[in-house]
Design a protein around this ligand. Structure first.
Ligand SMILES: Nc1ncnc2c1ncn2[C@@H]1O[C@H](COP(=O)(O)OP(=O)(O)OP(=O)(O)O)[C@@H](O)[C@H]1O
Ligand SMILES: [Mg+2]
Length: 240
């Protein structure tokens, strides 16, 4: 089997908030057309890692390399233009705007604007529910539907790497499964996905590769299956 190439590489990332350092030299790689997951306890630094990758934090040191290009010094919107898109934890929709308006907001990068209506049809194919609810205010949707809008809005910007922070948070079990199915489908459609997930069992089950983060460092890595079978992971994260 040929080795898949690396689309996103994080090298020796240090970051934090004001005078609190959270990340202490994070290294990770995301291969093209794969699903890579970061797992770890509350407060381990997973969201901080994603924010640093997207350029949302000050005083970050280390490198973020996308398709061989060092993007560490460019602002967030330029990283989005280059295909790096995050769907943040907590969804951040515009509740007074309709589903359709929220989705269209996602198509702001230059390369996404021209393909907006075509991408919208693709998003509606993935989430038929959103087509039915197109003219409903986003704030009146259920939690699961809102998560679909958040992912759909991310897709509207035509990402190459889609970053998802806890997409299953707060959803009922059947909706969690729906969201995981969609994430897998996105990978099958050629997207590269970097996922942070509380649901360690399902997260590892759909991952090609995964990293375990503790206290702002990567402490273990392997294929989803390797980590699922690892005694330390089982004890600490799977409750077995
Ligand atoms: N805006 C902030 N200002 C100050 N400290 C913060 C801020 N956001 C997070 N932290 C701190 O940084 C550390 C890592 O937080 P982070 O949100 O990255 O963890 P996480 O792994 O995503 O956890 P969770 O699983 O709970 O989402 C925590 O100690 C947290 O209290
Ligand atoms: Mg988090």
């Amino acid at each position: 089997m040929s080795e898949k190439d690396t689309v996103l590489e994080i090298i020796d990332l240090h970051a934090g908030y004001d005078d609190v350092q959270v990340l202490w030299g994070v290294n990770l790689k995301v291969k093209r057309h794969t699903l890579t997951t970061i797992i770890g306890a509350n407060g381990a630094g997973k969201t901080t890692t994603l924010k640093a990758i997207c350029g949302l934090l000050k005083n970050v040191t280390g490198k973020v390399v996308l398709n061989g290009e060092d993007i560490s010094r460019i602002p967030t919107h330029e990283r989005v233009d280059k295909g790096l898109v995050m769907v943040p934890e907590g969804r951040w929709l515009f509740p007074e705007m309709t589903v359709l308006e929220n989705l269209r907001m996602g198509a702001y990068p230059k390369h996404a604007r021209d393909k907006r209506e075509e991408t919208l049809e693709w998003v509606y194919t993935l989430f038929p529910r959103l087509k039915e609810r197109a003219n409903q205010k986003a704030g009146t949707l259920s939690g699961g539907e809102q998560q679909m809008v958040a992912i759909g809005r991310g897709l509207m910007s035509r990402p190459e790497v889609l970053i998802l922070d806890e997409p299953s948070l707060g959803l009922a079990p059947n909706l969690v499964l729906d969201i995981f199915k969609i994430i897998q489908e996105l990978k099958e459609e050629g997207l590269t996905v970097l996922l942070v997930e509380q649901n360690v069992h399902l997260g590892l089950a759909i991952s090609d590769y995964a990293y375990v983060m503790e206290h702002g460092k990567i402490v273990m890595e392997g294929t989803g299956q390797e980590l699922e079978n690892d005694p330390k992971v089982k004890e600490a994260y799977l409750g077995i």
